[in-house]
Design a protein around this ligand. Structure first.
Ligand code: PFF
Length: 445
């Protein structure tokens, strides 16, 4: 059957960067860094990206490009009649779980963008930003409307195809996103008192490294941020031809993803410190703390529009990559058309999103895992269990199962001096690192 391809290598790179750069870089990175001590966390995070993240990214993209198939089909092709493909199903399941909560938070971002545009958030709501956010996300209808609207956009892009939908959207979104974030960073740094924020982000306080949870947070963030372990990068890699060389491309994607996280930090922390607010506000940082800050700063309403526009664009480009994982699988395995696969899959994800949105309010008593609500439980199962298993399997597959010569050929590393470094990282360090976070996440370590 005919499979689509990217129009160009740069189209693939922009799409992969679009997948990597998302809520994880702006919303999640800023609060995880804020909670874990800033500068020292940043260094650990960079180490995780470099030592485990980028080598695994090359592995994941190569598996897809080699097999030219979706996340289940690729393993079946490269290891016929062996159980490796089962992990592909886990990837498909992770995609449902991740988009099932990611799209709800993206819907919040879309709502904020719209309200800044309409001038409604530029003035502080009578009840204050915190209460207004609380009453919005617990409302049984309003956030579902925005979540639905967001999913309609995502479905539309994916059903338009690889070149005309995904590649085209990223070609527009990524440069726009880069320009807006750089402008916002320049503005934020120019605020009086911004230096404290830069110090927080760049000057390491080594004492936080005594807490083992900081290491786990850094590795988890690296995985989530690089979109590793679900099969998105594998699926995107499968639309590449053999003639495109991968090592440089994957290093470029990793570097860009990190730069976007750092630039978001430069947007957020100087402003947080300039207005003397604690940086460790947690997940609420972007939706409560920042609007409070925008409200006090000159041109705050314009900053609000631009900030939530960039957050929404980043969320769309990541969400399309998540939706593409099951869509590619259904097109091949069920012989569905792209249109049918995108709509059916997108609707199921919308349904999961409805559950996780209601879990913030009406269904807040439903706590599937520990005392986590529906959204946090979906995040927990996907990010802490399924993604590490997906990443570990990829590392073991190339590090131990497929023979070394074929692996070097698949990754375009045959003539590279760095091939042994990469191989050692994928064979030993990545699996050990992942097993350590995994055991920690389930409470064994
Ligand atoms: N990398 C995205 C972000 O940082 O927001 C999130 C993500 C996308 C995770 C795709 C997993 C994935 F497969």
């Amino acid at each position: 059957m005919h499979r689509e391809k990217w129009a160009s290598k740069i189209g693939f790179m922009l799409a992969a960067m679009g997948s990597a750069v998302g809520l994880g870089n702006i919303w999640r990175f800023s609060y995880v860094a804020g909670e874990n001590g800033g500068g020292a966390f940043l260094i650990l995070y960079l180490a995780c990206i470099l030592i485990i993240g980028i080598p695994l990214l090359l592995t994941e993209v190569s598996i897809g490009r080699q097999a030219q198939s979706d996340v289940v089909g690729s393993y079946q092709k490269l290891a016929p009649k062996k159980p490796w493909y089962l992990v592909g199903y886990l990837g498909v399941a992770s995609a449902f779980l991740i988009l099932g909560f990611y799209s709800v938070i993206s819907g919040w971002s879309l709502y904020y963008f719209w309200n800044y545009l309409a001038g409604q958030l530029a003035v502080e709501p009578a009840s204050g930003y915190q209460a207004a956010f609380g009453s919005f996300i617990t409302n049984p209808f309003q956030p579902i409307f925005w979540h639905g609207l967001f999913m309609v956009m995502v479905i539309f892009i994916v059903l338009s195809g690889i070149k005309k939908g995904i590649e085209m959207a990223n070609k527009v979104f990524m440069p726009t996103l880069a320009i807006i974030l750089i402008l916002l960073a320049i503005y934020s740094v120019s605020l009086d008192g911004a230096v404290e924020g830069l110090k927080f982000l760049f000057q390491p306080d080594w004492s936080v490294l005594q807490d083992p949870s900081v290491y786990i947070a850094a590795l988890g963030q690296a995985f989530f941020s690089l979109s590793l372990g679900v099969g998105t990068m594998l699926t995107y890699g499968s639309y590449l031809s053999k003639q495109h060389r991968l090592p440089g491309a994957t290093v470029g994607i990793g570097i860009m993803d990190t730069l976007f996280a750092i630039i978001s930090g430069i947007v957020i922390f100087p402003a947080v410190f300039a207005f003397q607010i604690q940086p460790d506000a947690g997940p609420d940082l972007v939706f409560i703390t920042l609007p409070e800050i925008f409200n006090q700063m000159p041109f705050g309403s314009v900053v609000g529009i631009l900030f939530f526009l960039s957050l929404t664009l980043a969320a769309i480009s990541s969400s399309i990559s998540i939706l593409e994982v099951p869509v590619a699988y259904f097109i091949r395995a069920m012989k569905w058309s792209r249109k049918q696969a995108s709509i059916v899959t997108g609707l199921i994800m919308f349904g999961l999103g409805v559950l996780s949105s209601l879990g913030m309010g009406v269904l807040s008593g439903v706590t599937p895992i520990g005392d986590n609500n529906i959204m946090d439980s979906m995040d927990f199962i996907a990010s802490n269990i399924f993604l590490p298993i997906g990443g570990l399997t990829m590392a073991l597959f190339f590090g131990w199962y497929i023979n070394k010569k074929e692996v070097f050929a698949a990754t375009d590393l045959t003539n590279s001096r760095l091939r042994h470094v990469w191989y050692t990282l994928v064979r030993y360090l990545a699996p050990i690192g992942i097993i350590v976070i995994f055991l920690n996440a389930i409470g064994v370590l």
